[in-house]
Design a protein around this ligand. Structure first.
Ligand code: FAD
Length: 375
């Protein structure tokens, strides 16, 4: 039998690749991780500047109900119990998210759940004749009525998707996440937080003792890489793997405008969503608040870094962020998947290879499952 240098070549040091490599290495398998970027961690990479850990590819808050995943990831970091409670800015006013009694109190001056429910029912009743919503607008109006839709959903969603809500499919909003309590905790998860020391440190601990080569693109020399390992775990884009033979899968992209400000506090919260159309960005992230404004010595950080997030149409070569899982793209993906199912000694996993939005806990769970199958 042919002797390979490595049992596994793992293409991509994101959470899928790092989890897979960590488990396999722990089970005595020889692994090599490569990444085309100059850093590990994939999209959860945090870059430290001026004592502030910047979430380089967008804000990441870990949250899970999965005991196995929580137990696993806590071997590599402690979490700081940061609770995601974003705000929404609309026409000069700030509201709490997710939609809850604080939001309704500010919007309608109602105090009790009964009053808030009544208000929503009253507004929805206008749309009760819509039995099959034809688009996102009809769906949202049917679920929440005029005020919530026009203040928080319409313009924000149009900025995010670059399309009119009337031209977006209704399935994007399946249900309306409303709460009739004064609770601003966005994720209703058992466990939540941001790694103390940052995501990059966490991933590097996962990769401890494993060979990692950065700035290497697997697709540029795949014969070489395929010949050194018995199995390849590919976490890059599936369409790129097949040289876009059926066409490129579509994504939404995000552009970040990041700025260091010589003030200690810009917006008093890590995340503010801009739900009006006058503001071009969808969100502003103030990174220091993920660590409660403190550096690693526990001191207050005198300056601050903010990132404005501008949603943009994706074209080949741009960073792919959100898959557009509409019928067109899903059926395109299945064509690629059919090809990938026939591969021997190549495993496809993670958000890009599966063309799927994965939360961090879900991608870890998927990698753990994959390891179990392999072992
Ligand atoms: P990635 O992190 O993308 O890793 C893939 C790696 O493969 C990359 O490092 C890439 O450089 C490398 N690669 C690709 N092609 C090649 C190649 N040809 N050769 C070599 N290397 C290659 N989840 C949460 O749970 N909470 C959040 O708050 C949250 N916020 C998010 C915000 C944004 C804006 C986005 C887009 C996602 C968010 N997520 C969040 C999801 C989270 O980012 C993903 O779950 C996670 O990054 C997926 O990991 P992955 O390993 O599948 O992919």
């Amino acid at each position: 039998m042919r002797k390979y240098t490595y049992d596994y070549l793992i293409v991509g040091s994101g959470l899928f690749g790092s989890t897979f490599a960590q488990i396999m290495n722990g089970n005595g398998k020889k692994c090599l991780v490569i990444d085309k970027r100059g850093h590990t961690g994939g999209n959860i990479y945090t870059k430290e500047e001026n004592d502030i850990k910047i979430h380089w590819y967008g804000a990441h808050i870990f949250h899970t109900d999965n005991e196995e995943v929580w137990h696993y990831i806590n071997k590599f970091t402690k979490f700081n119990n940061y609770i995601n409670s974003p705000l929404a800015y609309s026409e000069g006013k700030l509201y709490n998210l997710p939609f809850n009694m604080n939001t309704f109190n500010k919007l309608w001056n109602v105090n009790t759940p009964e009053e808030a429910k009544h208000k929503i029912q009253e507004q929805c009743s206008k749309y009760k004749d819509i039995s099959q919503p034809a688009n996102l607008e009809e769906q949202a109006l049917k679920l929440c009525g005029d005020d919530i839709y026009y203040t928080f959903i319409k313009e924000y969603t149009e900025k995010q998707w670059g399309r009119d809500c009337k031209d977006l499919p209704s399935f994007i909003i399946k249900r309306l996440p409303v709460r009739f309590t004064y609770d601003n905790n966005y994720f209703n998860a058992l466990y939540q937080g941001v790694p103390i020391g940052g995501y990059t440190e966490m991933v590097n601990k996962m990769l401890d003792g494993i060979e990692v080569n950065l700035n290497v693109d697997y697709l540029e020399d795949r014969d070489l890489w395929n010949n050194i390992a018995q199995t390849v775990v590919y976490t890059g884009p599936i369409d790129a793997f097949y040289k876009y033979c059926f066409g490129a899968l579509q994504y939404r992209s995000v552009r970040f405008e990041t700025e260091l400000l010589d003030i200690p506090n810009y917006q008093g919260n890590a995340a503010v969503n801009y739900t009006d159309s006058e503001t071009p960005w969808t969100r502003i992230i103030e990174h220091k608040w993920f660590e409660f404004g403190k550096n690693e010595k526990g001191e207050d950080i005198p300056r601050t870094v903010i990132s404005r997030e501008l949603s943009s149409e994706w074209k080949l070569g741009d960073e792919p962020y959100y898959p557009v899982n509409d019928d067109f793209n899903n059926s395109l993906y299945f064509k690629y998947k059919e090809l990938s199912d026939k591969e021997r000694n190549i495993i496809f996993g993670g958000r890009l290879a599966e063309y799927k939005y994965y939360d961090m806990d879900a991608v870890i769970a998927a990698a753990l499952d994959m390891c179990e199958k392999e072992l």
